[in-house]
Design a protein around this ligand. Sequence first.
Ligand SMILES: [Cu+2]
Length: 170
Amino acid sequence: MLRRTNGCQPRTANWTGGLAIVLATGMAACGGAAPEPAAEPMEETAPAAPAEDRSSTAPTVGFVTPTDGATVTSPVSMEFIVSNLNISPVPAEVESPRDGMGHHHVGINTECLAVGEAIPKADPWVHFGDGSKVFETLLPPGAHTLTLQIGDDQHVTQDGLCTTISVTVE
Ligand SMILES: [Cu+2]
């Protein structure tokens, strides 16, 4: 719990109470007055923050378009998005994969590869080693599975960085 007896500590962690109130409370405490009891209920909301931080640092990947279950026309336009990961062109020479960097791969009518596997440079996989975040491809009418998977500089799959959607081409 963030329960401090020193009222002079900046309370920058409190985003819910409003900055003006936090500053006013802090200044009153620094001026020698007794700590304001009114500030306590606001601090009780603080413990929610660390859990939120943990989930927001996990890398994710997904399709902006199309959405899962969508009916689309060919050529099918795709747009990719990541969070907490940098999409970067693969360097000309790779001695070891860079941390926190990767590029997109689309697998047509195939599932996610296992973590730690190198993504084949062949059908049904398309590599976007130039850092592209969009793709357009012709698909025949019918149901299709689109898999979007991140690979590092050596095209090796990463934990949690794959998603599969289903679309129907008209
Ligand atoms: Cu690749």
